[in-house]
Design a protein around this ligand. Sequence first.
Ligand SMILES: Cc1cc2nc3c(=O)[nH]c(=O)nc-3n(C[C@H](O)[C@H](O)[C@H](O)COP(=O)(O)O)c2cc1C
Length: 154
Amino acid sequence: MVKVFVVYDTKYGNTRLVAEKIAEGMREVDGIETAISDVEEVDLEKVADCDAILIGSPNHWGGPSRTIRKFIDKLGKLDLKAKWVAVFDTYIKEDFEKAVKKMEKRIHEKVPNLKLTASGLSIRIGGMKGPIVEGELPKCKDFGKKVAAQLKSG
Ligand SMILES: Cc1cc2nc3c(=O)[nH]c(=O)nc-3n(C[C@H](O)[C@H](O)[C@H](O)COP(=O)(O)O)c2cc1C
């Protein structure tokens, strides 16, 4: 079994929905076990015991939320079993991939042992509080399947 932990931050629920869809996609691949948690409630011991970590954040001021930045910094201080990581974000309009790129950079700096298993997924939402723009949700499930397949082959 490959154990994956999906951790997200959310203010209005959209990033949680994205995280749930990604986990749903991952579970369609045999041999993958997923856990999912809001970053505010996450059990760091369980995260440390996983094979891969997925981290999702709403775009706040052109980057990940403060809570997710702090979570990444905490990962750097843990004795992680995980070797793999992937990130995702939600954004409104012109900030495509900005939060994912900043998360990837921060992970590279603070947790250099974690390698990216896929480049980040950026999901567009219709306004501050949502909803997720039509056609975006299927991308989440596909991303989950893709990451899960890569983890199994790697
Ligand atoms: C404090 C704050 C700052 C934000 N800044 C940006 C921004 O710079 N660019 C952007 O595309 N969206 C921005 N947004 C919109 C969020 O990306 C949007 O609310 C979020 O994706 C919704 O996800 P959630 O339901 O998981 O909170 C901001 C939202 C908040 C609350």
